[in-house]
Design a protein. Structure first.
Length: 260
């Protein structure tokens, strides 16, 4: 396993660390190739309920794809196609995790780093953070799926501003646009992120994961219940967690959910 991707477990919360601090956690091809396997293992682990994604240190989440590799791994259309497939597979693995994900963003979150952060469910960032998507500075074109994630979060007009200009979006503007969900002082970001992650682990996991599934099908264009979403909802009434939720409410105590 490459030490450029670290996976740490602390109870029901796992952390995936982009671990190249000497290059502001620039994402190498090897890192993109490793991400799907790591996320598949976390999805299969019944002990893990929430995954935090972060960069090593406190200077950067990720400064983008590792451009120093581009002449070798993206030197022509054929090589670029294979490279882009690995990037897409990594982002799909993050986005497709059945469990909630939180990007914890210190400092720079640029290009491919922003792509990974947008594939997470939530983004918590510090007051020094800055975001940018910069294909227009490199003569590249962002994929439709990656662009859609940006549009889903900030809307079409602001997406065009970000993509046309390649300009950075600073923390306060990122919060205003909805690019991040919480803006937190740098020295409090880690505590707040893991506090929220642990809070999610105390909730009914069938409810949490079903909410994620339903939000995602809405983002995919579905506007009415079908047999699948109806079954997801109706099945909740057969879970022990539903019975426990009702009992704990009536008994005026905190619930002890067990579904995983």
């Amino acid at each position: 396993m490459s030490d450029e991707i670290l996976v740490e477990r602390d109870g029901a919360v796992a952390t995936v660390v982009l671990n190249k601090p000497d290059s502001h956690n620039a994402i190498s091809l090897a890192m993109y190739q490793r991400i799907p396997d790591e996320f598949a293992a976390l999805d299969a682990d019944p002990e893990i309920k929430v995954v935090v994604v972060r960069g090593a240190g406190t200077k950067s989440f990720a400064s983008g794809a590792d451009i120093s590799e581009f002449e070798e791994v993206r030197g022509n259309a054929t090589a670029a196609k294979a490279y882009n497939e690995h990037v897409a597979a990594a982002e799909h693995a993050v986005e497709g995790l059945s469990k909630p994900t939180i990007a914890m963003v210190h400092g720079y979150c640029i290009g491919g780093g922003c792509g990974i952060a947008l594939a997470c469910d939530l983004r918590f960032a510090d007051e020094r953070s800055r975001f940018g998507i910069t294909p227009a500075k490199l003569g590249l074109v962002y994929s439709l799926e990656s662009t859609k994630r940006l549009v889903d979060v900030v809307g079409p007009s602001r997406s065009k501003w970000i993509l046309f200009s390649g300009q950075p979006v600073f923390a306060e503007d990122a919060l205003r646009l909805g690019l991040i969900d919480e803006l937190i002082p740098a020295d409090e970001l880690e505590d707040r992120t893991y506090e929220f992650a642990r809070l999610i682990t105390t909730r009914a996991q069938y409810s949490v994961r079903s909410a994620k599934r339903i939000v995602n099908v809405i983002l995919a264009g579905q506007t009415e219940d079908d047999d699948v979403t109806t079954e997801i909802r109706n099945s909740s009434f057969d879970t022990e967690d539903y019975a426990e939720g009702v009992r704990s409410f009536l008994e005026k105590r905190s619930p002890r959910f067990t579904w995983s």
